[in-house]
Design a protein. Structure first.
Lengths: 111, 566
């Protein structure tokens, strides 16, 4: 991941790219955890460049959402491809990591 | 049952194949019946009967004498070990002494076990067919019938090959090889691999010696070769097994092959040096009758097996563990906590049962391994894992039943009930996951080229989604943190609309090549997800999720319904 974490006023944007599976999930989660101080209420996943996600990758999203929730916040995503969207939907993450409907809205939300 | 005379009407190969089929089905049946019976009370009884090495040796000797085949005895003991009715150490003693038990036959060559087999089959089969006695006895009757089937299989194998010595080609072959000791040894190995009973081979060898086909030296070498043949046979027949059953196969192979090889070397050395062999010593000091001489040679060989086993004693388990380490699945099937529960108070015992239950939950994601992109297990290994989960589940039910028969206070009784309900859900979940893995694998294999991307994408999403949920369940079971449980309940929460949508999508794409099996897999996925919610630790009060009890369960027969619908 290049510059995987961007800071926004009340949270962080995590840019996920390429493949997210058992090979790099633990490392990614460690990076996210390090950025999640108590003031981080919102974690937003930028999935625009994510091409593949497996169970361990979905676990990263769930764990991060759990951290945000523990801080009294929430988790979101945007830019997911139809395949990744289907994965999230079928895995039941629709309510755990809620989607921003479109990129403009997400950009606005990030401002 | 056919005798060799009657067999002349049938091709020997057909009888041989039938023998193999009876043997393997009988073996599976004995194992399954023992597994059904393997409650704690039966295990305690068998532990008492084999509490000392001497008792285990006596039972092994009796088993060998009755089965008249060290191979059969070895596989029966394997069934006991697999069902955890016997510890490995005691099993090794039994297997070693079963070899000595087979010596009985050459001394009583006229002993015919066909009547005994028919009686075992008849009594066991009829008692099982009419469900005689209490319900818990049914597996015992089935096991008896299957034991008869196994023994009948061995008898068929012996009968099918028993006429070989009378064949002109064999006699011609034997006479052309003169007094070669190596020939006797090799024929012994080959004979044991088809005849399946060394004691029967000894009886046949006596006829060879009496009719002048073999010299006494060759006959002795044939008996020793048969010892090595036992090793080869046990390894061949147990080649698909792993862990403990394979350890017993190695043990039987090592002690028999070593004893056979040592005595064969002794015969060759005696011939080369002119020193008296064991056979010579028997002839000069005990008897010169060929049949008794060979029976005594066989006795010496089998005693050597026992000696090799006993000399190495406690080192065997360590060596065998290195040769064939117990598999994950076998370790899982062995209770870690509830076996130590005798005498503890009910609250502690319930805690032990809970920990045992957590061990099953911990391995649930592994059952999906065979269908996952980065899974390392094969389908057979995943099935084995599911079987081990069920086996440990049976142990938990036995433990709960035993505890329910004691006096419990209200709190313990409630905890017992909760554990029982949870275990039933875990049992169902194991079954659903295993079915899902099988169905997904089958669906992926048979998906048509045109539909590959759609159906395979859906299969992949379901598999990874289910794996995620199972991994979260493991995490919840480990941490019991309210946040984790709440998150899990959100994931497995009401998915009725989503499933309806997916069903509709699949139905719509059926015309484009999507397979109806996908509907079946989806129904299994839906039910597994719902069951995860039932198994999850109690949701914390006020958690931001819908209690799973408020969600309508997918029907138990959803899978078959959806298949019909599709």
């Amino acid at each position: 991941m290049n510059e995987p974490i961007k800071t926004i006023p009340d949270g962080v944007v995590v840019v996920l790219s390429g493949r997210l599976d058992s090979k790099n999930a633990a490392e990614t989660l460690t990076i996210i955890r390090a950025s999640m101080n108590p003031s981080v209420k919102r974690v937003v996943f930028d999935l625009t460049s994510l091409s593949f996600i497996a169970s361990a990758g979905l676990g990263v999203l769930v764990q991060s959402a759990g951290l945000a929730k523990a801080n009294g916040g929430s988790a979101h995503h945007f830019g997911a491809s139809p395949t990744i969207l289907q994965m999230l939907r079928i895995a039941g993450l629709g309510a755990v990591v809620t989607p921003y409907r479109s990129q403009p809205e997400s950009t606005e939300a990030l401002a | 049952m056919n005798t060799p005379e009657h067999l002349s009407a049938f091709p020997a190969i057909a009888i041989f194949l039938a023998g193999l089929a009876f043997f393997f089905h009988g073996l599976d049946g004995v194992k399954e019946s023992l597994k059904s019976m393997a409650g704690r009370s039966l295990r305690q009884r068998i532990e008492r009967y084999t509490s000392s090495g001497a008792l285990a040796a006596l039972w092994g000797f009796i088993l060998g004498a009755l089965a008249q085949s060290s191979t059969a005895a070895s596989f029966i003991v394997t069934g006991f070990v697999s069902s955890r009715l016997l510890t490995l150490r005691r099993a090794l003693t039994m297997v070693a002494w079963a070899n000595l038990g087979t010596v009985v036959l050459p001394f009583i060559a006229s002993f015919d076990i066909r009547t005994a087999i028919a009686l075992i089959l008849g009594v066991g089969g009829l008692l099982a067919a009419f469900r005689t006695g209490r319900e818990f006895l049914l597996p015992a009757w089935r096991g008896l019938f299957m034991l008869g089937l196994l023994m009948m299989g061995l008898q068929f194998l012996k009968d099918a090959t028993g006429t070989i010595p009378d064949e002109p080609w064999f006699r011609h072959f034997a006479t052309t090889l003169g007094d070669s000791l190596a020939f006797g040894f090799l024929v012994g190995i080959a004979s044991r691999m088809v005849i399946q009973s060394t004691s029967a081979i000894v009886v046949i060898v006596v006829t060879f010696v009496n009719s002048g086909i073999l010299t006494e030296g060759q006959a002795a070498m044939m008996v020793h070769g048969a010892g090595v043949g036992v090793g080869a046979t046990v390894l061949l027949m147990g080649r698909s097994s792993h862990g403990l059953p394979r350890q017993l196969a190695y043990f039987q192979a090592i002690i028999n092959s070593t004893a056979g090889a040592i005595l064969a070397l002794e015969v060759i050395t005696a011939k080369l040096t002119g020193l008296p062999s064991v056979m010579d010593l028997i002839r000069t000091t005990i008897t010169s009758d060929p049949s008794r001489m060979l029976a005594l040679v066989y006795l010496v060989q089998q005693s050597l097996c026992v000696a090799i086993a006993e000399v190495c004693g406690n080192r065997w388990p360590h060596w065998l563990n290195q040769l064939s380490p117990p598999t994950d699945a076998q370790n899982l099937a062995t209770p870690m906590y509830i076996d130590q529960g005798a005498g503890v108070d009910p609250a502690s015992f319930l805690d032990m049962i809970g920990r045992e239950q957590a061990r099953i939950i911990d391995r649930l994601p592994d059952i999906l391994d065979c269908v996952r992109s980065d899974g390392e297990r094969t389908m057979a290994e995943c099935n084995h894992m599911a079987e081990s989960c069920k086996s440990l589940g049976t142990e938990i039910h036995h433990a709960l039943r035993e505890l329910s028969q004691t006096r419990l206070d209200r709190q313990d009784a409630e905890q017992l009930l909760a554990l029982d309900i949870k275990q039933r859900a875990v049992d169902q979940l194991v079954t659903e996951i295993a079915h899902f893995a099988r169905a997904a694998l089958e669906e992926r294999r048979t998906s048509e080229p045109g539909s590959e991307s759609n159906s395979n994408g859906l299969l992949f999403a379901m598999t990874e989604g289910l794996h995620l949920v199972l991994s979260q369940l493991v995490e919840c079971e480990r941490t019991r943190a309210s946040g984790d449980v709440a998150m899990l309940m959100m994931i497995v929460g009401d998915r009725g609309d989503l499933m309806e949508q997916l069903r509709a999508d699949i139905a719509e794409s059926t015309s484009n090549g999507a397979r109806p099996g996908l509907q079946y897999t989806l129904a299994l996925f839906e039910r597994a997800m719902w069951l995860v919610g039932k198994v999850a630790p109690a949701a914390p009060t006020g958690a931001d999720c819908m209690p799973i009890d408020m969600i309508d369960p997918p029907p138990a027969d959803a899978a078959s319904d959806s298949l019909q619908h599709a």
